[in-house]
Design a protein around this ligand. Structure first.
Ligand SMILES: C[S@@+](CC[C@H](N)C(=O)[O-])C[C@H]1O[C@@H](n2cnc3c(N)ncnc32)[C@H](O)[C@@H]1O
Length: 242
């Protein structure tokens, strides 16, 4: 399947850099410090699909020492500008050779697989990421749920894309981020929970924790769907045994 990475684009990279941890994104990051505290020992990290460095900078603030990896030179250029002392690398698709195998206590992938088409490609990338894990290391995979493409959110709108309702696993779905200055939609790939679990299994990964975070309603945010529908799924994964 021919698929364009919407993030290989300087205008999108500049817009993406406007995003922080508020709005709908709050739910992706709110529980992350506790999850990492519960499941990860050690500080050596890789941020797969680091984009403009938001998630790598978050890991740094939590005491991790992350290497950011991304296929988009445009996104990595912004990450380096924002954090000149950070380690951000442009990689070819699936090429993790710049990181020693078995060297990462944590591999984070935040929203990266939303843009990666094809079951085989996903399996092969997760296998590559698994190889980076140190003994006991964890891979944290944050992805969009199918529901994010069907509702209205503080940070996103999908109302112009009713065809998202007919999408099945592997189909393109569209969404617009309203919290940044780029009004163009992003083309994502719909990939529901059972399909993710199959990919993890085939990549030799086991799910050790799974969260679908909802807003509690007491936050200072005028939530749209966030108190009732989870926009993100968070998986904590480790090497499967046996
Ligand atoms: C939605 S952005 C998320 C960026 C960052 N994790 C954050 O939350 O701010 C997804 C990123 O994944 C990158 N990406 C997509 N496919 C990739 C691949 N095969 N290898 C590495 N990065 C990839 C894109 O270039 C983009 O920068």
């Amino acid at each position: 399947m021919e698929f364009r990475n919407d993030y290989e684009d300087a205008r999108r990279a500049a817009a993406y850099d406007e995003l922080e941890f508020g709005g709908t994104y709050h739910l992706a990051f709110r529980d992350l410090p506790a999850l990492l505290g519960d499941h990860v020992s050690g500080a050596r990290a890789a941020d797969f699909g680091c984009g403009t460095g938001r998630t790598a900078r978050l890991l740094k603030s939590l005491g991790f020492d992350p290497v950011g990896l991304d296929i988009s030179a445009e996104m990595v250029a912004v990450a380096r500008d924002r954090d000149p002392g950070g380690d951000y690398r442009v990689i070819a698709d699936g090429d993790f050779s710049s990181i020693p195998p078995g060297s990462r206590d944590l591999v984070l992938s935040a929203f990266t697989f939303d843009n990666i088409p094809g079951q085989d490609r996903k399996i092969s990338l997760f296998r590559g990421l698994r190889e980076l894990l140190a003994p006991g290391g964890k891979l944290v995979s944050i992805v969009s749920t199918p529901e994010i493409y069907l509702h209205e959110w503080v940070t996103f709108t999908t109302r112009d894309y009713p065809e998202n309702r007919n999408a099945g696993p592997g189909d393109v779905v569209r969404i617009i981020t309203t919290d940044y200055s780029d009004g163009r939609p992003v083309d994502d790939i719909l990939w529901p929970d059972p399909e993710y679990r199959q990919v993890y299994r085939e990549a030799g990964l086991e799910v050790v924790a799974y969260e679908l975070p909802l807003a509690r309603g007491d936050e200072e945010e005028d939530w749209r769907s966030e108190t009732e529908v989870a926009p993100w799924a968070i998986y904590v994964l480790e090497r499967a045994t046996g």
